[in-house]
Design a protein around this ligand. Structure first.
Ligand code: NDP
Length: 243
């Protein structure tokens, strides 16, 4: 049986990497999925890859007018929203001495600020309850040299899920954080083979994660299979942060 039959989901950054894999899995499980991203060409590719049950809204998650347009579209097509995955994120290497205000604002602007305003825009549509799956990172609590702003912005995401659980549980909305370790996505394209090897050596399971593995965990947190789980964090990291 499909686990998300009849549900409506929004996945920001659904045109690449983890977000695309989540979109594919949710559609396979019967959801109608809206994806958002800035690159129209990548959105088109995602829609033609997945076929039915998916719709793309081009936009920038840091722009409030684009978010308004996204949720207006969801409302007019589906009337309500059941599942939100604010997955859009960036990760830029910057050791402490090199961090500029622009770098800080870019990272927090998407990972922390846009995540908050995406959730704020979605909640009024979740009138029948639902599930919000925030995308954190183990960098939010283990620390990662060169990723001060990334780790701190993802730590904000962990805090969101706990706070919003207290605020939204009475509306039947569960909020959880899915925190991946290193996953093989386009975000890793810029990483050298040497860094890749160093990272892999730190992962007890001895490899990077796959996007489908993250999508399976997202499905669990988005579906009724996790109906009594709220305000928690699920790490999908091959054991990296756990040992
Ligand atoms: P990708 O770089 O493959 O995907 C990032 C996605 O975010 C793209 O779809 C991109 O689309 C979208 N995006 C970027 N900027 C914006 C914006 N301003 N507005 C709307 N969408 C935007 O990365 P991943 O799939 O690896 O990462 C997805 C999430 O997972 C991120 O939150 C990341 O921090 C998190 N994560 C990833 C890990 C990994 O190892 N890969 C580990 C831990 C967490 P477009 O460019 O078209 O806007």
């Amino acid at each position: 049986m499909q686990k998300l039959a009849g549900k409506t989901a929004v996945i920001t950054g659904g045109n690449s990497g983890i977000g695309l894999a989540i979109a594919q899995r949710f559609v396979l499980e019967g959801a109608y999925v809206f994806i958002m991203g800035r690159r129209q060409e990548e959105l088109n590719k995602a829609v033609s890859l997945i076929g039915h049950g998916i719709e793309a809204v081009q936009g920038d998650a840091t722009n409030s007018a684009d978010l308004e347009r996204l949720f207006a579209r969801v409302k007019s097509v589906r009337g309500k929203l059941d599942i939100l995955v604010p997955n859009s994120g960036i990760s830029e290497y910057a050791p402490l001495e090199t961090i500029s205000e622009a770098h800080f604002d870019r990272t927090f602007g998407l990972n922390a600020r846009a995540t908050l305003f995406t959730v704020q825009g979605a909640v009024p549509l979740m009138s029948e309850g639902g599930a919000i799956v925030l995308i954190g990172s183990i960098a939010g609590f283990i620390g990662s040299a060169g990723y001060t702003t990334y780790g701190a912005s993802k730590a904000a995401v962990r805090a969101y899920s706990r706070t919003w659980t207290r605020e939204l549980a009475s509306k039947g909305i569960r909020v959880n954080t899915l925190s991946p370790g290193p996953i093989d996505t386009p975000m890793f394209d810029a990483v050298s083979d040497e860094v890749r090897k160093t990272l892999t050596d730190l992962i007890p399971l001895g490899r990077l994660g796959k996007v489908d593995e993250v999508a399976a965990a997202a499905l669990f947190l988005a579906s009724d299979e996790s109906s009594f789980i709220a305000g928690s964090e699920l790490c999908i990291d091959g054991g990296m942060a756990q040992v």
